[in-house]
Ligand binder design. Structure first.
Ligand code: ADP
Length: 524
């Protein structure tokens, strides 16, 4: 869209302008081919519509907001000039019949005013178009087309209407005003070429105007009063029908325009959000890197100190150092989660795919967490399949992290009972199931479990330091390995089941480029 205001406002005067051109051509036809002397007056009346609509259109086209009074002034002047040819002998004092050129007018005293109106309007239009051409580089191409059309139209009008008759050649005089059809042609081309103004709207308006024009013309050509009455009735009915048709089309177009604007705005907002999201991920990534190094150093020193490298460690100091060690460990885990999230979200997480035996990965997890389960007085069971499972193409380290996280959660959220890890083949997938007899998950919380910072409402009691990031990271990792993860629970205090499914025969290339490759953004 070029200027403010809706397309429809801009296109209506243009359609009317084109229509007026058509009416003038029709009246010229009547001057030559019919026996209707007043066709001369009508040619003048219709002729004045051309500059009137042109002026109205040029204001709509070039001004951001069109002054209402200016418009009223244009139309009032146009209307006055429209009726002028019928007002006694002011503009046309007589009409003669010429065998060759049809009816010819004898001009009256106000003829110069009529011509002055043309000159002023065309001057204003020209200046406006040049202004637009200069000041709006974006619209230069279409303005150039319109200016060219206008230039040719003006030049032909002056040539046919003034210069040639001045030298006594008046056979082409009738083409002076209708040469505006050239302007219509150029402008229409600009409209279609640059998708400027709504082509459909203009087409509907033009077509309706044409139909009405022909119907109106029929009224003028009627020979008997009876015929005139009948044709006027047809014209009236057509006018009403077309009015509703155009109204319907216009409101449809308006709705579409509004929808388009809304979806454009949404797309922009979305784009902005994505950029913000990326900036946030970058920030978290940098901040986390800066945090992780010092934390790792603290953890290292604490562990060396606990081993007695800096002298004997009294029980009280051991206790304090142990707490520092645990807290630091938790912080490191949190930073790891944040780093993982920002990597997954920005598609920068590196995945190293290879053939892995999931039995081995699960065994490692069990070995690492058995002690923790014992500390919580829980039994940790591992059920392997009877026959060896096929290898899967995954990033083994990430899958280990996921399973470890699930078993760790199961231990954390199970006050008593057991935690079971089961590995099995189901059709073309390998399924890892971690089930526990713990606090369970209410149905209302299940859908949000894998969202960022999502924590159950009662979980704080059992695991005060949780962040609600672990499952979110797990989901990202599993999906980037081509798998699925979900949770099931019969409700509070009824235990929980977490399931991970990884496809056996997944295409290695697809996994590398489609899922794990940098730039891919997981749908989290
Ligand atoms: P965190 O454990 O740090 O809160 P997670 O993302 O690992 O974060 O888990 C999110 C939430 O899911 C937990 O706060 C808890 O409410 C629920 N949850 C996870 N695992 C279990 C489980 N085995 N039993 C019951 N609830 C669980």
């Amino acid at each position: 869209m070029i200027v403010g205001g809706s397309d429809r406002k801009k296109s209506l005067p243009f359609a009317l302008f084109s229509f007026a051109t058509f009416l003038v051509a029709l009246s010229y036809f009547a001057i030559h081919k019919t026996d209707f002397p007043d066709s001369v007056r009508w040619s003048y009346a219709f002729g004045v519509l051309i500059p009137t609509f042109l002026l109205s259109w040029i204001y709509n086209y070039t001004s951001k907001s069109v002054n209402v009074w200016k418009k009223v002034a244009i139309y009032v002047t146009g209307l006055m000039l429209f009726v002028l040819p019928f007002a006694g002998g002011l503009l046309i004092s007589g009409i003669n019949k010429d065998a060759r050129s049809g009816f010819i007018e004898v001009t009256g005293p106000l003829y110069p005013a009529y011509i002055a109106f043309y000159i002023i309007v065309y001057g204003v239009v020209l200046i406006r178009l040049i202004e637009v051409f200069r000041n709006r580089p974006k619209e230069r191409k279409q303005t150039r087309l319109i200016l060219t059309g206008f230039g040719i139209y003006g030049a032909l009008g002056i040539l046919f209407g003034l210069i040639l008759p001045f030298f006594g050649y008046d056979r082409l005089t009738d083409l002076d005003i209708p040469s505006s059809v050239i302007f219509v042609g150029f402008t229409s081309y600009a409209i279609v070429q640059y998708r400027w103004m709504n082509v459909k709207v203009i087409a509907v308006q033009l077509l309706s105007a044409l139909i009405l024009g022909v119907a109106l013309f029929e009224v003028f050509l009627a020979n008997t009063p009876n015929q005139r009455f009948y044709k006027s009735a047809v014209f009236a009915v057509l006018s009403v029908l077309i009015y509703f048709l155009v109204k319907g089309v216009l409101s449809e177009v308006k709705r579409k325009e509004e929808l388009q604007t809304m979806s454009d705005k949404l797309a922009q907002a979305n784009d902005k959000l994505r950029k913000l999201d990326n900036a946030k991920s970058d920030f978290i990534s940098i901040a986390s890197h800066q945090l992780k190094n010092p934390l790792t150093a603290v953890k290292g020193y604490v562990s060396i100190a606990l081993e007695g490298a800096y002298g004997k460690v009294e029980p009280e100091l051991r206790d304090a150092l142990g707490k520092v060690g645990n807290t630091t460990e938790r912080l490191i885990n949190l930073v790891d989660d944040l780093l993982n999230i920002s990597r997954i979200e920005s598609g920068r997480m590196e995945f190293t795919f290879g053939k892995w035996k999931l039995e081995d990965i699960c065994q490692e997890v069990i070995d690492t967490l058995t002690l923790k389960a014992e500390e919580h007085k829980l039994s940790l069971e591992y059920t392997k399949p009877d026959t060896p499972l096929p290898e899967v193409t995954v990033d083994g380290a990430k899958v280990r992290e996921v399973i470890s996280n699930l078993v760790d959660n199961a231990i954390k959220y199970t006050p008593e009972g057991s935690v079971k890890l089961k590995l099995e083949q189901l059709n073309y997938n390998i399924r890892v199931t971690v089930s526990d007899t713990g606090i369970g998950i209410p149905q209302s919380e299940l859908p949000y479990l894998f969202a960022k910072f999502s924590r159950g409402k009662d979980t704080g009691r059992l695991n005060a330091s949780g962040t609600g990031l672990g499952l979110y990271v797990c989901k990202g990792m599993v999906e980037n390995n081509g798998g699925k993860i979900w949770a099931e629970s019969d409700g509070e205090k009824k235990g929980s089941v977490f399931v991970v499914e990884l496809p056996i025969n997944q295409n290695e290339e697809l996994v590398k480029t489609g899922w794990g490759g940098s730039g891919s953004r997981s749908a989290l």
